[in-house]
Write a protein of this length. Structure first.
Length: 263
DNA sequence: ATGGTCGCAACGCGA
């Protein structure tokens, strides 16, 4: 089963890029974040025509929004409400082979890394805590599960271009990293990217729009993640962060992360 | 140290 995650930063603006990605890489399932549209305006038929006729769409006007596009039928889908907000930041699908797939879009958290001064950062921290609670004591924690998404945290020193320069920058502060690690520990999740890329090597999935030349400066961060439950350890056969897609015309600032699981 | 760029939707907000 080939699974991809991609923060698309408007699925309507970039529907043709999604279609190109689907044609080239042929994932079985694509999880999108920041679709930025209400469900009625989601380009369903564009993707259905390419074989992705099973769609769990959870969007809102203008902001956030997540979706799962699949060639494989779902058994069931649902979405969680986190932090008692209407924000569309989670959608999950269960497949007939028993796999449960969770697609998250964690709040970015604003600029000031202090929850007392910045309510957006406080929301991010609360969201990460709730993410952990969602899986702690989960009666189904032993089933095969995959968690993907834009988690908006780069946890390891080599998940950012400069560990020391980003220690006080939202996405890499110790506070967020600790909470992300706690969420990861809640189900003993495996970080698939780091099973393939050694911890001493740089790995990025996002490059800012603000750089003059994103490729030349290469000041990236690894914000997009694929986690598998412990029972799926070793199931990942291939892994790729599709850096060239950042160079596509009118690209998203995130690139897809793609894994092939033997399930 | 600062500001740099996007997308939505309406000229601000969130990223």
């Amino acid at each position: 089963m080939k699974i991809a995650t991609w923060n698309i930063n408007s699925v309507r603006l970039r529907r043709n890029l999604v279609a190109r990605f689907l044609r080239i890489h042929q994932p079985d399932v694509l999880c999108l974040q920041e679709t930025k549209t209400i469900n009625d305006l989601f380009p369903k038929t564009t993707f259905a025509k390419l074989g992705y006729e099973h769609q769990a769409i959870h969007g809102q006007k203008g902001y956030h929004g997540v979706a799962i596009l699949s060639r494989v039928p779902f058994r069931d889908t649902h979405s969680k409400t986190l932090c008692d907000r209407e924000d569309c930041r989670h959608v999950a699908a269960e497949f007939k082979n028993g796999l449960e797939l969770h697609n998250f879009y964690v709040p970015a958290g604003g600029d000031i890394p202090d929850p007392k001064l910045n309510p957006k950062f406080a929301h991010k921290l609360a969201f990460l805590r709730e993410m952990a609670h969602a899986f702690t004591n989960n009666p189904e924690r032993n089933k095969p599960m995959v968690l993907v998404g834009d988690l908006n945290v780069a946890p390891l020193p080599h998940d950012v271009w400069s560990h020391t320069q980003l220690l006080n920058v939202v996405s890499h502060t110790p506070l967020e990293v600790d909470l992300l690690n706690a969420a990861k520990a809640s189900l003993d999740w495996v970080d698939v990217t780091r099973e393939f890329v050694p911890h001493g090597e740089k790995a990025y999935s996002w490059w800012s729009y603000r750089a003059q030349d994103w490729k030349k400066s290469d000041r990236g961060r690894r914000l997009d993640h694929v986690w598998t439950s412990r029972g799926l350890k070793g199931a990942a056969k291939t892994h790729a962060i599709l850096k060239p897609l950042r160079g596509w015309k009118q690209a998203s600032d995130h690139v897809p992360v793609l894994v092939e699981l033997d399930i």
